[in-house]
Design a protein around this ligand. Sequence first.
Ligand SMILES: Cc1cc2nc3c(=O)[nH]c(=O)nc-3n(C[C@H](O)[C@H](O)[C@H](O)COP(=O)(O)O)c2cc1C
Length: 189
Amino acid sequence: MSEKISVPISNDFCPQTLFCYGTYCDDGRSDFGLFCWFSYLWDGELGVMMCIGEDKQTRDNIRKNRHFSACLVTEKMLPLADYLGNSDGRIPGKISADIAVEKGRKLDVPILSDSPVVFELEATRSIPLDDGEVFLCKIHNVLMDNDLTDQSVPLEKRIGDVAPVSTTCETYFSWDGKAIGGWGELAEK
Ligand SMILES: Cc1cc2nc3c(=O)[nH]c(=O)nc-3n(C[C@H](O)[C@H](O)[C@H](O)COP(=O)(O)O)c2cc1C
């Protein structure tokens, strides 16, 4: 073990799972952004806690409608997810027609068809901070690709097939730990 040193505040080397949050805007169009400040809570049942850092379309929509989706980001989806995390939903035309979007099953929320695991969420409480806002959310439904429920397939194979992306140090990592690219690089390609 090497000696520990104090470094500037960050969460470097603490990987996070990525989700695209889907919301509806006032005019009925769907908006998706990319998010990683997402975790779970317990209050008699499993719930979600998440933070939105500053004012943005997703936050406006969640404040108004309370309902949104969180769609797990996979390696296959990453170029799209990177674009969604680097483009402002307040600028018209962010979501193009060739993105496969469908509706949640229990809540009126848009979801990304390519995501194998989707939470349908209701923000039941929020804690406004000086800039960001923390939301505590009830999980109304979990949608999962049917293949993932097949217990006869080893878990390692099923999660390997999902290939969820994680991120730290402003870099995306594959499920097997390889660096895939920096934030904003994949959308550009
Ligand atoms: C890898 C990555 C993770 C992000 N995670 C968050 C997050 O957890 N919270 C947040 O407020 N913004 C986060 N963002 C920024 C939003 O994705 C960005 O503000 C985006 O424009 C939101 O979409 P919208 O403008 O359509 O609301 C992240 C961006 C990237 C690239």
